[in-house]
Design a protein around this ligand. Structure first.
Ligand SMILES: Cc1ncc(COP(=O)(O)O)c(C=O)c1O
Length: 464
């Protein structure tokens, strides 16, 4: 599907709607000549070339990819009007769309109807809201999360003045339920954050095992599914491409007290689209406030009344609405097919890595993030140095670059030839690849061959 075609159609429709309001004169202060506009635009697009090719499957580094063309067209169309989803005064159409997409996200997670939710401008703000609600419901209590949780939880707890407890992970990056049980013993923790898809390796915390623990201690469970939330679709497939434990824990999100998901990660959206959902619609009372400027056009719920943010782009809700209409939240089609291809890509690359003479696979991917490192002599420092050398050489290659990322792990997790390395340093940087484009499913053989070749040439250059 061509984005330009969709954008042209969308812009034409909005221009026709604008014309229906009658002619008026634009103020000359806004005028710029076509020549100057063209020149400035060229300077702008030339500046934009200073980017990595996030659209191309050779970019397999961070959690980055362009939005779906439908999202772009929908965003541009709404942006021409520029509705503000703070209040129905600011954007009735996109506010209604926001309620509809939030209902779809509710069903994605199996949360009850009614529940309370809204879009946010990011996963960080969505998590901030979830922690703020927890603070209001459990005043004076701490928030616990795993050592692999996103750093935003520590920072936002700081903003909210909440104490934190960091719970150790097991050997494969999951929150350790036994350690959690110990952390809850003294009754000081009011909320536990479980991560469904850690930022580092996409590990899904054992949510189904955490739930009985938090319930026993009367503690809230918040699930940060910013990255992995949409993969819950695949957990409903039978057979599923996901491992049994991953499925079980994704399905258990249905029993969480609050959930965050980022449509701007795996929902094919441009940045500026997170979401938070609360199982109990009653938490809406915590948001209660008055506004002397808005909330007048209707007695219906205004989204600003249940959100900490004020202005938010209505275009975000519009873009997600159109995208989900075209690629619905179905396990075996729509967005489900996109996610299945990403999981296939990761599993394929992991399988190739396990057979490689140059590269050593780390833990099998649970979602679509693969970690590995070059085979070196069995010292942590050697693995670290070789990983960084391959990362730089792959990115800097002029003819056939590959863009990976680096990820720091404790040296005790590193093995060469299946055996633990000598821990001559505490932490090691390894190679990490986020295969979040479905195109990666076809491109992985090339990625693998290329990274193997780069690792071989680096091995010949790096002193041992
Ligand atoms: C698990 C997790 N939580 C929270 C965040 C923060 O989200 P955002 O970057 O949208 O603020 C991220 C970002 O990568 C994430 O992976």
């Amino acid at each position: 599907m061509d984005a330009a075609f969709l954008i042209d159609r969308a812009v034409a429709e909005i221009r026709a709607w604008e014309a229906s309001w009658g002619p008026y004169d634009r103020h000359p202060a806004l005028f710029v000549s076509t020549d100057r506009a063209a020149e400035a635009l060229l300077a702008y697009t030339e500046r934009l070339r200073d980017n990595y090719p996030f659209f191309h499957p050779r970019y397999a580094g961070q959690m980055l990819k362009p939005p779906h063309p439908a999202a772009v067209a929908a965003y541009v169309a709404a942006m021409l009007i520029n509705p503000n989803n703070h209040a129905l005064d600011g954007g009735p159409a996109t506010a209604a769309m926001e309620l509809e997409v939030v209902a779809l996200l509710r069903d994605l997670f199996g949360l009850p109807d009614p529940c309370l939710g809204h879009l946010t401008s990011s996963g960080t703000i969505a998590n901030l809201e979830a922690l703020w609600v927890s603070r209001e419901l459990r005043p004076g209590k701490a928030v616990a999360f795993s050592a692999e949780a996103h750093y935003t939880h520590g920072r936002m707890a700081g903003v909210l003045g909440m104490e934190t407890r960091v719970v150790p992970t097991d050997g494969s990056g999951h929150l350790d339920p036994e350690a959690l049980e110990r952390a809850l013993q003294d009754g000081h923790v009011g909320t536990v954050v479980a991560t469904a898809g850690t930022t580092g390796i996409g590990a899904v915390d054992p949510i189904a095992d955490i739930l009985p623990i938090v319930r026993r201690h009367g503690v809230r469970l918040h699930v940060d599914a910013a990255y992995g939330g949409f993969f819950r679709l695949l957990a409903r497939l039978d057979p599923s491409p996901l491992a049994g434990a991953t499925r079980r824990h994704l399905l258990a999100i249905a029993d969480a007290d609050s959930v965050v998901v980022d449509p701007h990660k795996h929902g094919l959206q441009p940045y500026g689209c997170g979401a938070v959902l609360f199982r109990d619609p009653g938490v809406g009372r915590l948001y209660r406030h008055d506004s002397p400027y808005t909330y007048f056009t209707s007695g219906e719920l205004h989204l600003g009344e249940i959100s900490l943010e004020c202005s938010r782009a209505g275009a975000s809700a519009g873009a997600l609405w159109l995208t989900l209409r075209l690629l619905p939240l179905e396990p075996g089609s729509g967005l489900g097919s996109v996610l299945s291809a990403c999981v296939d890509a990761a599993q394929d690359w992991h399988a190739r890595l396990t057979r490689s003479k140059e590269l050593e696979a780390m833990a099998p991917p649970e979602l679509d993030i693969v970690t590995f490192h070059p085979k070196t002599d069995p010292r942590a420092a050697a693995v670290d140095q070789a990983s960084r050398a391959v990362f730089a050489a792959a990115m800097e290659d002029r003819d056939d670059p590959v863009f990976l990322s680096l990820y720091r792990v404790p040296a005790k997790r590193i093995r060469v030839g299946g055996r633990p390395v000598r821990r001559d340093r505490a932490d090691v940087q390894v190679l990490r690849s986020v295969l979040m484009k479905p195109e990666h499913a076809l491109y992985v053989p090339r990625l693998h061959r290329r990274v193997e070749a780069i690792a071989a040439s680096v091995r010949n250059q790096v002193p041992g």
